[in-house]
Design a protein around this ligand. Structure first.
Ligand SMILES: [Zn+2]
Length: 256
């Protein structure tokens, strides 16, 4: 089974030793979530516990599910297609981990957006929108009156082939979509008297765009700077002793 650790962000293959299941069925009588017309009157509570294989992490991830259940031969069974809750119990919804290359204010907006996605997808979308605006201002150095103007400025740069390194022209339409959904959260947009809703699935898609931009922009730039620094360090160590007194590298400002 492949697994992505939400604590350290490392993808891995899970062995039996690192994976446990639990399940119990309790009699609760008839309940509204039960799948009709089955005669079951049991609630099936089940879950999985995975411990991360990364020695630097080793943290637990716990998922739980609620379904209709029944007892068969003394064993707790759940009824096919009757699961009505399936969620990660631990760690709480905090999004994916990202290295420090992502600036703290944007990362905090992103984490907060994840933490309220079920409770208030609208507020989550609003935070995702604010996060995007922060990123465009910080990474692309574009600051205009509205987010729309800022994305349009990016589109102009794309037309002139002058986008900042890492910014992909293909993502500009997706940014506009994020702006629109985020606006619904911010201003409670109404069309014909109907308050437009944002569902958790939409808010989640917006956050996956933010995740993609974090990776393409900040993480890629940070990793590149690290690689350049590592090469310069090796090059510096190989310098002849006679000039090693000068420790400043001419190429220090190459990364921008
Ligand atoms: Zn881990």
């Amino acid at each position: 089974m492949s697994f992505y650790c939400p604590h350290c962000g490392i993808a891995q293959i899970i062995t039996d030793k690192a994976f446990s299941r639990f399940a119990n069925t309790v009699h609760v009588g008839k309940f509204a979530e039960m799948v009709p017309p089955d005669k079951a009157e049991h609630l099936h509570v089940s879950g999985t516990v995975v411990s991360c294989a990364n020695p630097a992490c080793m943290r637990l991830t716990v998922d739980v599910a609620l379904s209709s259940g029944r007892y068969v031969g003394g064993y707790a069974k759940f009824i096919e297609d009757s699961t009505f809750v399936s969620k990660r119990l631990y760690p709480g919804a905090v999004g994916k981990p990202f290295p420090d290359h992502v600036p703290a204010p944007m990362f905090e907006d992103y984490q907060e957006a994840w933490s309220i996605i079920e409770l208030s997808p609208k507020s989550s979308a609003t935070l995702a929108r604010r996060c995007l605006q922060g990123m465009i201002r910080d990474f692309c150095g574009i600051k205009k009156r509205t987010l729309y103007d800022e994305i349009e400025a990016l589109r102009l740069l794309a037309n002139e082939d002058r986008l900042p390194r890492g910014v992909d022209a293909d993502t500009i339409e997706a940014m506009l979509a994020l702006k629109d959904v985020g606006n619904i959260g911010a201003h409670m947009s109404e069309i014909d008297g109907v308050v437009l809703e944002v569902d958790p699935g939409e808010a989640q898609k917006l956050l996956s765009l933010i995740e993609m931009l974090f990776a393409d922009w900040y993480v890629a730039r940070g990793k590149r700077a690290e690689r350049i620094a590592a090469v310069l360090k090796v090059a510096g160590a190989k310098k002849p002793k006679s000039i090693s007194g000068d420790s400043t590298h001419r190429e220090d400002k190459a990364e921008g």
